[in-house]
Design a protein around this ligand. Structure first.
Ligand code: ZN
Ligand code: ZN
Length: 422
């Protein structure tokens, strides 16, 4: 990749990203945001990993995922049946979310990677390659294969005392799929990919004249999808076709709306049972916090801690962080910039891990259906909690971190830049 000028996604500073050698990374000198990284032989590596991931995903579908033996009776479940069972039990939202996050979105991600990488290996790109790349990067936060696997492990610990659990072929195929998917995602750098598409298409992009400083102050804007710089007057990105805007439109209002919805949903998510367990005729409802207490009492300390952090600490921390970001930005606060940027990055990164408890319920409900002997039904809190996780994720995605920097004047930006460089 040759030298390229882009505006940092996090702070809007125009930076020159130099040609990177394999293993090297470029960070923003003002906010420390990772701008680009180069991996050795990235296209071939990512192509091989995404192809393997797709094969493992297909192999994880037809065979049993988990089997459950209790009192001489057996129940086994495949991945597709797990979503279908939730639908039969009249929980269509949970069923749709499970299928989307663990199968449909990861499958779409892999198809998009292959459609881009196979032609790129032969140094080819098509006009539709740009659209595929745009869709690919917007789908990334919603693929939750690895979160689902942790959810499966927690479910196994939860029902270990009730019955004997057999791990099926599909489970192992899904583990390999999730590992290959992570390897694909980490092999491809967004900026390098966009640049490579241009390179093999023989297109030389021209960026408008600029100097170092904020893009907005120079009447420039960068595409939120491919990061190409444009003038303020342009409406659509000349590379990927995305609608251009200097800042996410109505960022503060949208972030507030999603955040308030998540706070409202958090109340039923904690007050109502997340699932009802019937074992040998006696029914017991359990709430999110109740489930953590039971795990702790049974001595499963690490699992209790994982569920406690994912289901209680992360959602509350994320809501408080978004509240602080919103209020401090609206009040035009000019201090603690680094802490606020760090907090923004954390909310973006950790939000999806709260989905663990929803996946635990989905797996247990799909697996434990032996009538009065052993039976698990989802509770109202499962849907409410899934809503909390999705709303906080949307809230973090709607927040434009560049607003934090907009209130700073030039001198303050300069002093911060120096402190980051030192
Ligand atoms: Zn930056
Ligand atoms: Zn673009």
């Amino acid at each position: 990749m040759s030298t390229e000028h882009i505006a940092c996604h996090c702070c809007d500073l125009i930076v020159e990203v130099p040609t990177l050698n394999p293993g090297h990374k470029a960070h923003c000198p003002q906010c420390g945001h990772l701008l680009s990284s180069q991996t050795f032989n990235s296209i071939n590596k990512a192509g091989a990993f995404s192809f393997s991931a797709l094969i493992f995903l297909l192999l994880s579908l037809p065979f049993p995922f988990l089997a459950f033996h209790s009192q001489g009776r057996e129940q086994q479940v495949s991945l597709i049946e797990s979503g279908y069972n939730l639908l039969l039990l009249d929980f269509p939202i949970l069923s749709a979310l499970l299928s989307l996050f663990i199968l449909i979105i990861p499958a779409l991600l892999l198809c998009a990677y292959l459609l881009l990488l196979i032609p790129l290996r032969k140094r080819k790109a098509y006009p539709w390659s740009y659209k595929i790349a745009q869709i690919l990067f917007s789908l990334h936060p919603w693929g939750m294969a690895e979160v689902f696997l942790i959810g499966v492990l927690v479910s196994l610990v939860k029902i270990a005392g009730m019955a004997e659990i057999v791990i099926g072929m599909s489970f192992w195929a899904y583990v390999l799929f999730a590992l290959c998917l992570i390897a694909t995602i980490t092999s491809v750098d967004k900026l390098q990919l966009w640049h490579m598409l241009d390179q093999v298409s023989g297109i030389q992009r021209k960026v408008p004249p600029h100097s170092l400083g904020s893009a907005k102050q120079q009447q420039l804007q960068s595409c939120h999808s491919c990061e190409l710089l444009h003038t303020q007057a342009e409406e659509n990105c000349t590379r990927c076709g995305s609608v251009l805007h200097q800042r996410i439109p109505f960022s503060i209002q949208k972030t507030w709306a999603y955040l308030l919805t998540s706070i409202v949903l958090y109340i039923p998510a904690n007050l109502y049972p997340i699932m009802h367990t019937t074992f040998l005729g006696s029914e017991e409802p359990s709430t999110i916090l109740g489930g953590v207490v039971v795990l702790w009492q049974h001595g499963s300390y690490p699992i209790a801690l994982i569920v406690f952090i994912a289901s209680i600490v992360i959602p509350i921390a994320k809501m408080l962080a978004l509240l602080w970001l919103l209020i401090s930005t609206q009040m035009g606060q000019q201090h603690r910039i680094e802490e606020r940027i760090w907090m923004y990055r954390m909310t973006e990164l950790i939000g999806r891990w709260s989905m663990i408890d929803v996946f635990v319920v989905a797996v247990l409900v799909a697996l434990v259906q032996l009538g009065g002997l052993a039976n698990i039904q989802p509770g109202l809190a499962a849907t409410a909690f899934a809503g909390v996780v999705i709303m906080t994720m949307l809230s973090a995605l709607s927040f434009d971190p560049r607003l934090i920097w907009d209130s700073l004047n030039k001198n303050e930006r300069e002093s911060l830049k120096k402190s980051v460089l030192e």
